[in-house]
Design a protein around this ligand. Sequence first.
Ligand code: PEP
Length: 251
Amino acid sequence: MSRTPFIAANWKMNKTIAEAEAFIQALLPKVGAIGDVDIVVCPPYLALQALVDSARGSSVQIYAQSMHEADSGAFTGEVSAPMLTEIDVQGVLLGHSERRAYDNETDRALQQKVPRALEAGLTPILCVGETEEERERGDTERKLRHQVQEALEKVPAERLPEVVIAYEPIWAIGTGLTATAEQAQEAIAFVRALVEDQDKAAGEAVRILYGGSLKPDNAAELLALPDVDGALVGGASLEPDSFAAIVEAAR
Ligand code: PEP
């Protein structure tokens, strides 16, 4: 089964609109015509419109970093699927460990958010992963099973292949610690088997990314693993050269 590689930049709370615009103008000549990798940038909300306009017609897609499950209502500070699709945003990160930790994003909410994103025409990137303590206790698979099964429960089988899953061990995010090739392959193969339990063909088709201190110098090894279809990149996505080098490593 050949799956198109997928490389996504998660900028978190970094870059003003002007800085985001400067980045995209530097990135597009490097990767804007690449057709064999899905390339995604997730800027802060305020820069979405500018980047959608600048990246239009190129191979770079613009995703949001989060989304509420309701379309509208009394949810101060939140943003909904129709607000994102109105400005041609193409997808959304869901369940990032920082949203789970600081904004109390729950598996139960994700069970509504993932199908809602798909219905609205947004590609969801569902983030899952264990803490250091959970890994040390031998609870990695239990945690992944819970997160994946809860979040995908209400996704119709025929739409499962459109979901992108990012396996991000929390102990590797922003720490400079990277999962070994063996740890990444083992966890991602396990996540794929969980999707296969739901639907065999979907498990083979779904793209599963590695995330956690991935950089140009360790990207090739991790991206060559049989079940790793790409990467979700934080720190190393903030410079156009570094992000472009990771996109090249995926080809
Ligand atoms: C992330 O936040 O999704 C991430 C992978 O961050 P970093 O690459 O900085 O570890």
